[in-house]
Write a protein that binds this ligand. Structure first.
Ligand code: PEP
Ligand code: MG
Length: 585
């Protein structure tokens, strides 16, 4: 038995036979054709590209049906590549001039391009290389006259294990046959992870060498909540997880009733649970799970899924849809959080050496005002339609915040001059996701009406651990006392200066942390929609004095291990049936 602790992407536990997707790209031999066959070879090439385009269009439509229009746009980017003459023409020329086979010309062009991306050793470029290889696989599949992708030939329920999946493969997974997914590489925010999570599959990424350790048919367990993958489990572990699966199935049934119940503690304190979304269609899940609104709309996903720059109208349409779906419930629109692993590096001529510390998020917006203002205009216009709040990401200094607010005010003035209706009192807030913002929360409090603590980034910047790097995933934890101290300080500052404070990092959805967060004084949490009923159940089972006692006790601990143990034990006391997330560490 082997236990691998990797990066959880999407919750749920599954047990089943592995289906290992080895790198299916085969060696394509150098071969030439006779002079008189060159025309036919070019025809074959054009035909294969055309067929691949048709397949992609079908996949795009299928994804649109399953996931909604926004995620489906990832395929538009692939389609744009296949329509790109600067990519395809040199392949045709190679066949024409050097009389090589269409197969060889395709493989050579796509793979050398992918290799160039790969050699840059950046996560973002690895992803881009994957997109190119996806196209290589598709076009070669057509040329060879067969489907290269084994995924299309699945027969029974399996857990897919791969080195890395392309977004196309993730979106094409057959939900009647695929139970879950585990990959060697990738981060929580890679396109394929987003796609797979949106399908509702348990997903773990960053398992390092898993695809080499597992054979087809080997029994494996994937725990998408803790990021644990167990290979060939022993009897005891298998039984433990089987009980876990049964309990969770029963739990899911019980939790369905949770959606309509109020989120109050045993002693009557109300807590607001909001949903985090990337695409508007996820609002259905927020409401079905009993969420009170949207506490974090990651609006940058409109950029990530669109081959061209979204227009003001694109933004406005998305916000209007969200407002309509929420029917008067609150909606917090976060301005573009591009950069780092999202979008800008892929399109930059000179990628940054250290993008997580580079031109990302609000910094990127402040240096790209047309993009930023386009979005702000759409937000300002949308404010006439429903209760929105605007939130700025990655604010590090007070000057940065003030500069950002000035730009928003400029946009409002422009709208006013143009006679556009909007809400003049849109609540303006900021993410607190850097140590500098957390430490200076009191100073920021004068300039905002709300704080939202982003623990995903706060953890990475406090502990100097890349949140998407599988090699240091074991060091990335919210149980670190320094992180907890920072959260505590922000909540205190918010209370002192009457700034509403919520928390929207993934910790908000981890039940082990719920009592601590309530004990620290948080009364609004924003989390992945599927976790809302789980967190609600904890809240309905505790009282405030117990949570406050726990937070004081945690405050006296100085190691992550002690913090984890204490949180687990306290949760077990309140809800003994609740499965702890750290049982197999
Ligand atoms: C965070 O950093 O905690 C957060 C919620 O933002 P994101 O995960 O989009 O960076
Ligand atoms: Mg963040």
């Amino acid at each position: 038995m082997e236990v691998i602790k990797a990066i959880p992407v999407s919750p749920g536990v599954v047990i089943g036979p592995a289906f290992v997707l080895h790198d299916v790209l085969e060696r394509v031999a150098y071969q030439t054709v006779h002079k008189e066959d060159v025309k036919r070879e070019i025809k074959r090439l054009d035909h294969a590209v055309g067929e691949a385009i048709r397949d992609l269009e079908a996949d795009r439509d299928r994804a649109a049906e399953k996931l909604g229009p926004e995620p489906a746009k990832i395929f538009e980017a692939h389609l744009a590549l296949l329509h790109d003459r600067t990519l395809i023409d040199p392949i045709r020329e190679r066949v024409e001039t050097d009389r090589v086979t269409a197969e060889f010309a395709v493989a050579e062009a796509f793979r050398s391009l992918a290799e160039r991306f790969r050699s840059m050793e950046s996560e973002v470029f690895r992803q881009k290389a994957n997109d190119i290889l996806d196209l290589d696989r598709r076009v070669l599949g057509k040329l060879f006259g067969r489907t290269v992708d084994r995924l299309a030939r699945l027969t029974g329920p399996v857990i897919v294990v791969a080195h890395e999946l392309t977004p196309g493969q993730a979106a094409g997974l057959d939900l009647t046959k695929v139970l879950g997914l585990a990959t060697d590489a990738g981060g929580r925010t890679s396109h394929a992870s987003i796609m797979a999570a949106a399908l509702g599959l348990p997903v773990v990424v960053g398992c390092q060498r898993l695809s080499l350790q597992v054979n087809d048919g080997d029994e494996i367990i994937v725990d998408g909540r803790t990021g644990v993958v167990v290979v060939r489990p022993d009897e005891e572990t298998l039984e433990h997880y089987q009980r876990d699966v049964e309990r969770r199935a029963q739990d899911e049934a019980d939790l369905k009733t949770m959606a309509s119940l109020p989120t109050v503690t045993l002693d009557g304190t109300a807590v607001s649970l909001m949903g985090n979304i990337e695409f508007t269609h996820e609002i259905d899940a927020v409401l079905a799970n009993g969420g009170d609104g949207v506490g974090l709309y990651r609006t940058e996903f409109l950029h990530l899924t669109s081959p061209t720059e979204p227009t003001e109208e694109d933004h406005f349409k998305a916000y209007t849809r969200a407002i309509e779906m929420l029917e008067g419930r609150p909606l917090t629109l976060r301005t573009l959080d591009l950069g780092a692993d999202k979008y800008t590096q892929e399109r930059a001529e000179e990628p940054e050496r250290n993008p997580f510390l580079g031109l990302r998020s609000i910094r990127y917006c402040l240096q790209n005002l047309p993009i930023f203002k386009t979005q702000l205009r759409a937000m300002v216009r949308a404010s006439a339609l429903g209760p929105i709040r605007i939130m700025f990401p990655l604010i590090c200094t007070v000057m940065e915040l003030r500069q950002t607010k000035m730009i928003l005010h400029d946009v409002m003035e422009e709208c006013q001059d143009e006679g556009i209706e909007f809400d003049r009192d849109i609540p303006i807030g900021m993410m607190v996701e850097t140590p500098s913002a957390a430490l200076m929360a009191r100073s920021f409090a004068r300039d905002v009406s709300f704080f939202s603590i982003g623990t995903n980034d706060l953890i990475q910047y406090t502990l100097a651990v890349d949140r998407g790097n599988e090699r240091v995933a074991n060091l990335y934890t919210g149980a670190n006392p320094a992180v907890i101290q920072l959260v505590k300080g922000v909540v205190r500052a918010g209370k002192r200066f009457d700034v509403e404070t919520s928390l929207c990092g993934e910790l908000a959805g981890e039940v082990e942390y719920t009592m601590l967060l309530i004990g620290l004084g948080l009364r609004t949490l924003s989390l992945v929609p599927s976790q809302i009923p789980h967190v609600k159940r904890v809240i309905r089972s505790v009282d405030i004095p117990t949570c406050e006692r726990l937070s004081r006790k945690i405050g006296s601990l100085d190691s992550e291990r002690q913090v984890r143990r204490c949180l687990s034990e306290e949760l077990q006391k309140v809800l003994p049936e609740m499965v702890g997330g750290w049982s197999v560490e």
